[in-house]
Design a protein around this ligand. Sequence first.
Ligand code: ZN
Length: 300
Amino acid sequence: MPELPEVQATVDGLKRRVVGRKIKDIWADWPKVLKDPLDQSKIKHNHIAWARKFLRNEKIISMGRRAKNVLVYLSNKKVILIHQKMTGHLLVGKWRVKNNKVTPISPRSAVNDPWNGYIRLVFYLSDGNMIGFSDLRRFGKIVLGSKEEIENLPEIKNLGPEPLDKSFMFGDFRAVLRNQKRKIKPVLMDPGVIAGIGNIYSDEILWRARVSPKTNSNKLSEQDLKNIFSSMKFVLEKAVKLRGTSISDYRKPDGKEGGYAPVRLVYGREGEPCKRCKAKIVREKIAGRSAHYCPKCQKI
Ligand SMILES: [Zn+2]
């Protein structure tokens, strides 16, 4: 699932290409993807007509990110919230849609890379370009609402702080983690505690901090907390700079892979030697998620 660095790369990549354009039309092959903020469980009757009425001729004023959500700000105080969930990613390019069959035209990676070939929804823009949503497993969702409705969604309102915010200081971080009795890995991954960290970066952060993912959060020493905090900033900043991790489906809006996977420290490296002590990296289920860690140099 795209995490903070991948979603940030998506927003940055889209911003350059789509801000200032108007949305002319929308196509989707899957009605459930379009959600009404007041009742997300309900499938809209005539969903395309509803979305078309909402979007048509609205200008894209700006774009942003909150946790793993892409936010597209439109004229008339309207907002599109896009959660890419498990396998979704947004691309800018051109596609031909005929009889619900999508043929990619550009960019080249949309044509050649099979991970870019699951286009389920297209926004048509005023400059002839399009935003395409490729989503193999169709878990992604797009909520159309007023700024107020989107800001009041529980999934936005109940989010914890952004880990890369300059105002999120060590004191706040320590206070939050000391209050949690769960293991540190699920705590870092809880969006209500800290927003935007998932399976990949929680593993990377804990390896760099030399802390076992199984340590109880409220038992962490002052030094452990400092190490996790600085590792969190370091790892996420590095991954944002490298535009995210493309181990399977994630791609940048130009359809190309992010640059973090080749430099990753521990995630997906089970059975390989630890980059610090050469012990074998293990993979283990912790609170329902698979954690990768070094049993020798990551201490409880
Ligand atoms: Zn090690």
